[in-house]
Structure formats: C-alpha cells, structure tokens
Design a protein around this ligand. Structure first.
Ligand code: F6P
Length: 560
C-alpha cells in the first residue's frame, strides 16, 4: 500500500479552498438560471435514480472534487481492493467483500494469495442455500421432529446489524412461515425478551460471529443453550442427560464464523457451521454466510437477488467514468461538506418504514470505517474525518428533528430514499396513502432546498417578529434516491452504494476504512472491571475515583 497522499497538499484541495472562500450557495438562483442542472446532476445507478441537483455544488466545485479524487488516487485504490491487494494494512489483509457477490462463473477467476476466492465463495454459498432450503422445506427438523418456525440470530455489530436491517426491510419476502429474531446485546433483557413465547422445539439458533470470541455473542449463545435445555427438559422432550443435551444442540444450533475450531469447542458440530474469511470485515459481511438467517427466512432466491444488487453497484463503481460514478460523487460531496463547509453529521432519511434500521446499519458501516485519526501509514490525519451518520424514517423524523435541519444553525446534508411502489398499497377514503407519503418526501427536499423568503411569509399575511420565525433560509443540501420498489436487489444496490461512498471518503482522507482498533480498549477494560462488579476488592481499588464511586453506588443498590 502506497504512502497516503495528504489531500490538503493537492492542487485540487487548493482550488476547493479558494472556491470555498467565495462560496455563496443559492439553489434558487442556480435552478432558475440553469434549466439543465437537474438533468446534468441526475444519474442512474443500476435500479436507483439518484438526483444530486439539490446539493450545494456548482460544476466548478464538482470538477475540483473529481480532480481531488484523481490526485488522491481513489480509482487506483478501488482497483487494488477489487484485485485483493492487502489494503487493510494494520491487519495485513485483503478487503474482498466485493468477491462475495461476484456471480458464479465470473471470468477471469479471482485468485488471491494463491486461493481461488470465487470457488471458495460459491462453495459456501451453495452450502448455505442448501441448508436454507432444508430448513424451509422441513427436511431439517428439531430434536422432537418438528419443523423450524423461528430462527434466532445471535451476533453483534456486523454479525447483527446487517441481517436485522435486511430482514426488517424485506419482511414481505418472508414466504416460508419462518420468522427471524435477533439477539445482540449482552443486556440479559435482550435474550430473555427475544425468546419470550418461543417454542424450543421449533427454534433454531444461529450463532454468528466472525471471530467467535465476542463476549456478548458467546454469553448470549450460552444463555440460549441453557434456555433450550431448560425448555426441552421441562416439556419432557429430552431427558436432560449429556447425550440428550448434545443431541438438542446438534438440532437447534448452527454457527457462522471464520473460526470453525472455536465453533466446535462451543459444542456445535462443524458440519453445521458456515465459514467465511478474514478478508470480509464484520460491517461488510451481511452478504457472506452471516446472512444465513436471511437465506432461511426470505429464501435463497431473495438472498441471491440481494447479492446481484450489490454486484451491479460494484460494477458501476469499478467501471463507470468518474463524472458519472455515483458512489464516487456522493463520497466527494461528503468530503466537500465535511472539510470545506463544516458539516459534522449526515442524515439518512428513508421514506420507507421497512428501512427503520438502515441508519443504525450505516452507523457501523460509516463510523467504524472512517472514524479514524491516523492514516494507513500511522501518521496523523490532516483533515477532519468520519462525520456522524444518523437518521430515522420519514415521516416520523419530520415530527421530531427536522426542525433543526430546516432552521437550525448546523449544516446537515441529508439523503432521502424513497420508492415509487409500496409493499402494502392501502387507501384512505379513496386516496392512495403511499402517494401522500411520497408527497411528504418531495415536499421536504423542496423546502430544504428552496426555503421560504420573508417576502413570501409576509405575502401570506404574517407581520412583525413572526416573519423571521416563519422564514426558511433554504440551501439545505439533499440527495434524492428513488427506486421502483424495495426489492432484495434494490436493497443490495443501496448497501453497496454506501459501502463505496465510505470507501471513497476513506481514501481521500488516507485512512484504513477496514480496521476498528477503536473498539478494543473498552472491551479490555470491561474484562478488567468485571471482577470489580463481582466484588473483588483489589479490582475495585485498581479503578479511578469516578469508576470506584460508580461501583460503590452499584454495590449499595444491587438487589439479589
Ligand atoms: O465492534 C467491533 C467488532 O469487531 C465489529 O467490527 C464486528 O462486526 C463486531 O465486533 C462483532 O464481531 P464478531 O463477528 O467477531 O463477533
């Protein structure tokens, strides 16, 4: 991996700095003076229709941003990623989530570090979809011979957020009468609440952990195993002997991991485990065997469609010239907002209730990837990095935080995502409710872009101090992403879009978007503090004054 280029030393950065100095956004004026703006700034991206016209950029700024991409070598780094070079420098690993969605028989075959990656991927995918078919058709049965009705995925971070987000988004595709549930938090409420009402005889647990060392996941897996044994023993389904317990685990537990030896040590038959590889980052793994719960609940066809959607966007990112390359352009716009216009956060606002976990998913993807202060050679970054991603579906957000986006003092670029056709077409008194929903999407992006002037407010009869309160400055940037409907393929396209936006920003900033050392310290300290919680005086004494005081409060109030 080459030395990162300091973006601030590039000629393009200089151009953007001077453009910033004289910058005066005027979306109203730009739209009025330039009838071709919308057409010029609207792009097809596989099945997505992406309108960038309401962003705070001129052609001149975009041209400089594209030069910045060239001068920081985004395209070369993308090529290195697709080819399997070890661009994850701190872990000396290739970064090949894009290989997970290459179609069978793609040519030329992808061989990395002497390994036929395509063959490996296809072999796990076949095993995964075969298994999913067996569960769905009732060939795979619980220990008492009953068909699986619920799969419970136990995982956290990338081993949870992707599956839960996709499942929620595509529930209308769940066609086998199998529900998926998800346990992630070590808060015991999560496991207890999620298993409530489930029948152990018809429940299949998937323990999903890339490393199979994650404290939360292994703890929850053990709790789930106890829940299974207790339930089956209580109903007389097993006799409680060691052999019967082993048999129960064999019928009700499968695993997904890169560490199949650790899976076996937990007591899960490696024959019931699905592997993946160290070149798949946790937050990039929903398209690996980590998606097993999806293949079961939504079906292998839907899962393969999801992968096809990812691949379509990979190909777009890999082959489309920069000026029409949507992930590249959106990544560059984020750089413009973050580094030149001072934006600290970025909202993602789906007009689709099914995408209610999309922002949470993107938080790991973007913030674990680009929340870095050092570059890939260990030197400090030279710019701000990693903006805060957040969001909620519209219209709920409209009645919560949109006020700040419309009239607050902060610049918050926002992506609006909407679908022409709903999953559930319903009418209210003869009116198409989805149409009303979409009117809100269009109204919000319009209001944010063009605002409402004092003259317009006055023309409506408002006077005095109220005029200012009712005025909207406009020039609040948005991107509109529109698609026909929320299908598995379209969802794959959306996820891949944000993966490559994140990649683009990471390369410009010179950070390794594929490690996450920042989560380690907290994990280590939790292990050190656990004995203090359990009452070990020496462990308590070893803590700082604030932690000691909090432990004292805990001891005083702990019941049982
Ligand atoms: O939060 C850190 C992290 O390593 C994530 O990157 C990962 O997705 C998550 O923990 C879970 O890790 P694993 O899949 O190994 O249990």
């Amino acid at each position: 991996m080459s030395t990162p280029i300091d973006p601030t030393t590039t000629p393009a950065w200089g151009e953007l700095s001077s453009l910033r100095e004289s910058f005066s956004p005027d979306l109203r004026g730009w739209f009025a003076a330039d009838p071709g703006r919308v057409e010029r700034l609207t792009f097809p991206l596989a099945d997505l229709h992406v309108d960038l016209s309401k962003n705070l950029v001129t052609d001149e700024i975009l041209a400089s941003l594209l030069r910045l991409a060239e001068q920081t070598r985004v395209a070369e780094h993308a090529a290195a990623m697709f080819a399997g070079e070890h661009i994850n420098t701190t872990e000396d690993r290739a970064v090949l989530h894009t290989a997970l969605r290459r179609p069978a028989g793609a040519a030329p075959a992808l061989v990395v570090d002497g390994q036929d990656v395509d063959a490996d991927v296809q072999s796990v995918l076949t095993a995964l979809t075969d298994f999913a078919d067996r569960v769905r058709s009732g060939q795979w049965l619980g220990v008492t011979g009953k068909k699986v009705q619920t799969v419970v995925n136990i995982g956290i971070g990338g081993s949870d957020l992707g599956p839960v987000m996709v499942y929620e988004a595509l529930t209308p595709y769940a066609d086998a009468g199998i529900e998926a549930r998800f346990v992630s938090n070590i808060d015991p409420y999560d496991l207890a609440h999620t298993t409530e009402g489930l029948d152990p005889e018809t429940t299949l647990f998937i323990v999903a952990s890339k490393t199979f060392t994650t404290l939360e996941t292994l703890t929850n897996a053990r709790l789930a195993r106890e829940w299974l044994w207790a339930g089956l023993s209580a109903s007389g389904a097993i006799d409680g002997s060691d052999a019967s317990r082993t048999d129960a685990v064999a019928h009700h537990f499968v695993a997904v991991s890169t560490a199949l030896d650790k899976v076996a040590a937990f007591g899960i038959d490696p024959a019931n485990a699905f592997g993946f590889w160290d070149w798949v980052g946790g937050r990039y793994s929903v398209d690996s065997a980590i998606g097993l719960s999806l293949a079961i609940a939504l079906g292998p066809d839907a899962f393969r469609e999801l992968l096809a959607g990812f691949h379509a966007v990979d190909e777009h990112f890999r082959t489309t010239p920069p000026a029409a390359n949507v992930p590249l352009l959106m990544g560059l716009l984020n750089v413009w907002y973050t580094n030149f216009l001072g934006a600290q956060s970025h909202a993602v606002l789906p007009y689709a209730q099914q995408l209610h976990r999309f922002a949470a998913y993107l938080q790991q993807l973007t913030m674990e990837s680009n929340g870095k202060s050092v570059r890939w050679d260990g030197s400090p970054v030279t710019t701000d990095t990693g903006e805060v991603f957040w969001g909620e579906p519209g219209t709920n957000g409209q009645h919560a935080f949109y006020q700040l986006i419309h009239q607050g003092t902060r610049l918050i670029p926002a992506d609006f995502i909407a679908f022409v056709n709903p999953a559930y077409p319903l009418e209210d008194d003869g009116r198409d409710v989805h149409g009303l929903f979409l009117a809100n999407f269009l109204a919000q992006t319009k209001a944010l872009a063009f605002g409402k002037t004092a003259e317009e407010v006055e023309a409506e009869g408002t006077a005095g101090a109220l005029v200012a309160a009712r005025t909207f400055a406009g020039n609040r940037p948005t991107t509109s992403i529109f698609a026909d409907s929320l299908t598995p393929r379209v969802l794959g396209e959306l996820i891949a879009l944000y993966e490559h936006i994140t990649f683009t920003q990471g390369v410009v900033w010179g950070v390794n978007s594929f490690d996450q050392w920042g989560v380690e310290l907290g994990k280590q300290l939790a292990l050190q503090i656990a004995p203090a919680i359990e009452g070990d005086d020496a462990a308590v004494a070893a803590q700082d004054a604030s932690t000691r005081a909090l432990l004292a409060y805990y001891k005083e109030h702990r019941r049982g």
